[in-house]
Design a protein around this ligand. Structure first.
Ligand SMILES: [Cu+2]
Length: 507
């Protein structure tokens, strides 16, 4: 098996015993071209069977297979994309920014053929999807990186509906255009709406001369002490506004800047579902829609008791689904303000037949400073599984530390390369107690599982990414029901690369 004492950074692939282990779960490995295939339904049936053996229930519904397969091809390659009307060189999927939308229904088998035409290795991570471990797309943890010129097929059953995304998990690739939305429809959609809109937020610097030029250069500046901290804003509580590590030359919604904004078109009387996805490497936003309130229905793909707010704070890797009622004709600013800094990006909500002119590009609607969504306002929807309310089987402190000085970021006082894996027992109730000892918020993301945020309500939301604020203590509970080695890290890409990551081994 694996050497538990050191992080398996240089592993070239799975050991024979791991192949056999996956085989016993119904995973059959295809021969040649690195193609892995497996029999979805058998896997889930067998996992459900295994679940009965010990302790606790699974943390998400394991949907039966629909028998349908959705196939996509993503070519990761150097590309020229348009940013604010100018062509820039970057790396992209199928030449697009963001990458193409991948769409499936829960229970579908998703096959994505990845062609690596980049000059370095790559993988794709299916962010938030609680899938089988070998398909999770973390280099040297769940698979060797796909080499330049090679192809790899991701093939898995999509077990739960929701708003997800996919992105490269190698180096600074996700701070280029190597990301895209992944939408999984419910077998039976209980909400009614006339539009299903997507808003994918991104901070952009790659290939832009008015800035560091590349993510690698940005990292060099951060390590050299390019201290961007400025004044510390008002610290503490829900309203803290900590300046981000990096100010980007552009902020984008679905690849569009404020100057050429995305337009969402509605007619009076309609309802729109809007899926907010923060694909940024380094930016937390506050999002507000002028002239309208938003009803939050999901976070990180999971349904919550609907709650109406004026503004939403969204960290890197987080998703929120909202419903809006189009009952206020006009052309309205949909603003995303960079938390702790001046820049913003906007889209427009445009009513059919409205002749009003659009607000100016940098206009911040007053909704931005009205009621802001906070975690204590979110409750898991009735009827969805949440971890049992009992004493956890394992309690693990997770201390977050680091700073702008040397630009190292640590979990439990170790950087990733030097750290041991975190071992947890399968089908047990696990509690992570975050203690953020740093002056930055960290969006902490656990792969392969949903966790419940302890927000004091007794029924906190199920999420896969949670913002742990500066100097905050926060507890999450989760059922370790998905065996394998799972990445667990800060979704601020530069913190992750500077050490803020661990492998959580569920066995
Ligand atoms: Cu962080």
């Amino acid at each position: 098996m694996k050497q538990e004492s050191t992080f398996p950074h240089k592993r070239s692939g799975f050991t024979r015993r791991e192949f056999l282990l996956f085989g016993s779960l119904g995973v059959g490995l295809g021969v040649g071209a690195g193609v892995v295939t497996f029999n979805g339904p058998a896997l889930w049936q067998q996992m459900a069977g295994a679940m009965g053996m010990a302790g606790v229930q699974p943390s998400f519904p394991r949907t039966a297979s629909t028998g349908k397969t959705r196939t996509y091809t993503l070519e990761a390659a150097p590309a020229r994309v348009m940013i604010d009307g100018k062509e820039v060189s970057t790396w992209a999927y199928n030449g697009m920014l963001p990458g193409p939308e991948i769409h499936a229904s829960e229970g579908d088998r998703l096959r994505v053929i990845v062609k690596n035409r980049l000059p370095e290795g790559t993988t794709i991570h299916w962010h938030g999807v609680p899938l089988v471990n070998p398909m999770d797309g973390v280099p040297d943890v769940t698979q060797p990186a796909i080499k330049p010129g090679q192809d790899f097929t991701y093939d898995f059953l999509v077990p739960a509906a929701g708003t997800y995304m996919y992105h490269s998990h190698v180096g600074f690739q996700p701070d280029r255009a190597l990301y895209g939305p992944l939408i999984v429809d419910a077998a039976k959609e209980s909400m009614t709406y006339d539009h299903d809109f997507l808003m994918v937020f991104d901070d952009w610097l790659d290939g832009v001369s008015d800035g560091p030029g590349t993510p690698e250069q940005a990292m060099k500046q951060l390590i050299a002490g390019g201290d961007n901290m400025g004044s510390m804003g008002n610290m503490g509580g829900m309203n803290q506004q900590v300046p981000p590590d990096l100010i980007y030359p552009f902020y984008l919604i679905n690849g569009k800047s404020s100057a050429h904004p995305l337009e969402l078109k509605v007619s009076r009387g309609q309802k729109a579902r809007i899926r907010l996805i923060n694909a940024s490497a380094s930016t937390i936003y506050r999002v507000a829609l002028q002239g309208h309130r938003m009803t939050v229905t999901h976070t990180d793909g999971n349904p919550v008791e609907p709650v109406e707010v004026d503004a939403i704070r969204i960290g890197m890797g987080e998703r929120y689904d909202v419903l809006i009622s189009a009952n206020n004709p006009g052309v309205w600013q949909f603003a995303a303000q960079v938390e702790g800094a001046k820049p913003m990006v906007r889209a427009l909500l445009r009513y059919q037949g409205s002749t009003s002119s659009a607000p100016s590009a940098n206009f911040i609607p007053q909704e931005m400073t009205r009621q802001l969504l906070t975690y204590p306002m979110l409750k898991a929807a009735p009827g969805i599984f949440t971890p049992p309310d009992q004493n956890p089987d394992q309690i693990l402190p997770i201390e977050l530390s680091g700073g702008m000085g040397r630009y190292t970021w640590k979990m439990n006082n170790e950087v990733f390369e030097k750290a041991q894996q975190i071992a947890v027992s399968q089908n047990r109730l696990i509690r992570f107690q975050f203690k953020n000892k740093s002056m930055m918020p960290h969006p902490m993301h656990l792969h392969g599982h949903f966790f419940q945020v302890d927000n004091g309500t007794g029924r906190g939301p199920l999420k896969d990414t949670v913002l742990v604020d500066a100097m905050q203590n926060l507890t999450i509970n989760w059922v370790a029901d998905n065996p394998g080695a799972w990445a667990f890290h800060c979704h601020m890409r530069y913190h992750e690369m500077a050490g803020m990551m661990r492998v959580v081994k569920v066995s």
